[in-house]
Unconditional design. Sequence first.
Length: 330
Amino acid sequence: MNALDLDVLEHARAWLHEGHRVHLVTVVQTWGSAPRQAGALVALRGDGRIAGSVSGGCVEDDLIDRARRGLLAQAPERITYGVTRDDASRFGLPCGGTLRLIAEPLTDTGWIDAVLDHIQAHRVVLRILDLATGEASLRPALPTDGPDFDGRVFRAVYGPRWRLLLIGANQTAQVLAGIAQTLDFQVLVCDPREEVTASWQVPGTTLITEMPDDTVLAIGTDERTAIVAVTHDPKLDDMALLEALKSPAFYVGALGSRANQAKRRERLRLFDLTDEQIDRLHGPVGLPIASRTPAEIAVAIAAELVWVRNTLGAQETAACPVPARTTPAA
């Protein structure tokens, strides 16, 4: 779940508390070039106010009209857009894309409260909704769970946003922190050097001044966490990597040239790391875009984070092959 979808649930809960009629609409299946993926959410108030998105906008217009006219059912129902070419054109679905949605009325905030509590505790939860009975239940989500619909039962996964732990508060980290927040990462920055952190001024980030290895352990690194070391100081970067490479983090990277990365890997082999764990290291970090400046390096790192996150998913990236690099990112 990304921050935008989290915002949908928070709006839905607030509107219910205010006494509004509220429906939650979720993308459950897509075909073709659908604008949003399965699991995307939108909350609709009876007066047509909306939070979230399930398409590029035209589908939302039709949903708003249904909400205002009281045409959304008082039990979970399926709604499909784009089955015909005319529908695809009318609702702005590209290349004949099709969206299948589930619209369900919200009568209380109990399950939303529970889901938001799980998210706050950085836990991922699975909600199972039976359309035939309207019954729903929650249970901890497994790494292999994802949005799934078999025609009767819809399984939706709700979880915390992605996190990025940056080791080092230098200029590259400042640029990367800003980019990462726009990509839906919660950004934490660890640097114990007071002379460096004194100038850290990136809104929305959490600054940690403990030692890097302690920080990797203290934050509860999980499959939705990425860790990138950017200090260029082996004493700090390697401390973080020793714990990060043993963790379930979906991405671990470090700045440095190919020659420096080779030396780093030799140093890491002196500790209790396996070759398989060391091979998880993305280094040189970032996609090969011939980056040189701190801003260009930050763009390269952010691009690789998105590539790994979107292509393989957090549960698969431990064995993720790094794209071939012809030019080191740093």
